[in-house]
Design a protein around this ligand. Structure first.
Ligand SMILES: Nc1nc2c(ncn2[C@@H]2O[C@H](COP(=O)(O)OP(=O)(O)OP(=O)(O)O)[C@@H](O)[C@H]2O)c(=O)[nH]1
Ligand SMILES: [Mg+2]
Length: 466
């Protein structure tokens, strides 16, 4: 992709109510354009070359003042984009912002495309591609966890490590290809032991990153928690209690919820997606059948399953649900919740774990009343401590970006072929072919290998002004 140098401008702050807005301008004409539209109140001789200083003055159009503003100048290459650029902080009236933007355009700038500032930063090597993508994630982050992930990716994250490993691999590849050139002489330039060790290191690393995507994606979009159980046990009541709003219809008629109802909520900096489902039972009703089918689909996709029971239900029914759900859930973390404890005085004696089969030593019953909001907080505490204990570690690299995930998966396929190849005596030319594939896919993550179409696609998802 060619680095364009023509000058672009855009409003960088959100439209709406606010005190101040920022208009950005970047490109080789920046300083000329700024000089034409802006007059500092106390100009020094070369004020427009003085970077990292805030200039106070006014923007005028045909002799008329549009606004008193602050202008910061950034000299290339020490700016976000790597080009000469400036930021104008003006009052946030939509009229003022548009007037200034039009004035910049009349004086030779053009409106930036979405993500074009960051695209230029990437093309001018201020950021690698994964860092540029992290900028978009950072802007979209809405919880402590998603912010943490975006921030660590922006600071380089695993991309830096992959880049280093890729460089070593590249050296080996060139040695291997050198051997191919001298194939008649039967020389060995690339140390096979070192190469196999490197590939196995890389395989382990990439496998870990691929596995982290499930969690990374969950953190970004909300960790899915699916609430399931028989009809009328209080699933919708629990959803409403957790969300603190009347999201789902609650009624005493079994089979009230027919569709999947979900909402996200941020608790202690972690985004959760709570999913209320249709109660599981044998039914002839077509709509309810589809609803129950969806319940099972959502169990598949969820990270956590809340299995709810009515304390007044008979034990066979409860056993039946435990067995059905256990079969479906397999390795997922399950919380067994006994609801409606407000109806029974000695609830812990009425329904206890020992009376049921198919439960492991880890399984425990959690007693709540969704309707009276008894122990719902304690339930959420348990969920949070499990998420914190198992998932979010400050050190572990976590992949949140689907594009990276795909590239890593492709790289892993080739690494597995190479690994088998070492054992089965695959020829050098075939090994080097696969090594090239690994280099290609790892390079895609940081943007060392990039196609125009791919870049266009990435930056098009940014907002204008970033
Ligand atoms: N006493 C008591 N009643 C509850 C409690 N939780 C729910 N209920 C009542 O149980 C009935 C069913 O509640 P829902 O939340 O609609 O149950 P559901 O599991 O979503 O039912 P379906 O959508 O039909 O599968 C309603 O009358 C609720 O008021 C509770 O903790 N205590
Ligand atoms: Mg319901």
């Amino acid at each position: 992709m060619i680095v364009e140098t023509n000058t672009i401008c855009a409003i960088a702050t959100a439209q709406g109510k606010g005190a101040i807005a920022v208009i950005r301008i970047s490109g080789e004409e920046t300083k000329n354009i700024i000089q034409r539209v802006f007059k500092p109140y106390k100009p020094s001789e070369n004020w427009y070359n003085e970077g990292y200083k805030i200039h106070y003055g006014e923007i005028t159009k045909n002799g008329e003042t549009i606004d008193s503003v602050l202008v910061s100048i950034f000299n290339n290459p020490n700016s976000y984009t790597g080009e000469d650029s400036a930021e104008i902080s003006c009052h946030a009236s939509t009229y003022i912002q548009n007037e200034i933007l039009n004035l910049l355009i009349e004086n030779g700038a053009r409106l930036a495309h979405p993500g074009e500032f960051t695209q230029r930063a990437f093309l001018n090597k201020k950021l690698d591609l994964s860092q540029a993508e992290a900028v978009a994630d950072l802007i979209a982050s809405n919880s402590k966890a998603s912010h943490h992930l975006a921030m660590s990716q922006m600071k380089g994250g695993y991309a830096k490590e992959l880049k280093d490993l890729r460089d070593v691999l590249l050296t080996f590849l060139s040695l291997l290809e050198l051997e191919l050139d001298f194939s008649e002489e039967d020389l060995e330039f690339a140390d096979r032991k070192q190469l196999t060790d490197l590939c196995s290191d890389l395989t382990k690393r990439v496998e870990k990153l691929v596995a982290s995507f499930k969690l990374g994606n969950a953190i970004k979009k909300g960790i899915p928690v699916c609430i399931v159980g028989e009809p009328n046990v209080g699933k919708s009541t629990l959803l409403n209690a957790i969300l603190n709003e009347d999201k789902a219809i609650v009624s005493s008629i079994p089979g009230t919820t027919r569709d999947v109802i979900e909402d996200t909520i941020v608790i202690n900096g972690i985004t959760f997606r709570f999913i209320d489902t249709a109660g599981i039972r044998e039914t002839e009703n077509e709509i309810e059948k589809i609803g129950i089918q969806r319940t099972f689909e959502n169990i598949e996709k969820a990270s956590y399953i809340f299995v709810l029971f009515d304390i007044t239900a008979n034990k066979q029914e409860i056993q039946q649900t435990i067995s059905t759900i256990k079969e479906q859930v397999k390795d997922k973390k399950m919380f067994l919740i006994i609801n409606k404890i407000d109806l029974v005085p000695n609830y812990r004696d009425v329904i206890k774990k020992d009376d049921f089969e198919d439960l492991s030593s880890e399984d425990e019953f959690i007693y709540i009343s969704a309707k009276q909001q008894i122990a719902v907080d304690a339930l959420i505490e348990k969920l949070l401590s499990d998420v914190n204990a198992n998932n979010i570690s400050q050190e572990d690299a976590i992949v949140t970006n689907f594009r990276h995930f795909e590239a890593l998966q492709h790289a892993l396929e080739s690494l597995h072929i190479i690994d088998e190849g070492f054992q089965n005596g695959l020829t050098n030319d075939l090994i080097s072919l696969e090594l090239r594939q690994v280099l290609h896919y790892l390079g895609e993550i940081t943007g060392e290998i990039s196609e125009e179409e791919m870049l266009g696609n990435i930056f098009a998802h940014f907002c204008i002004g970033k």
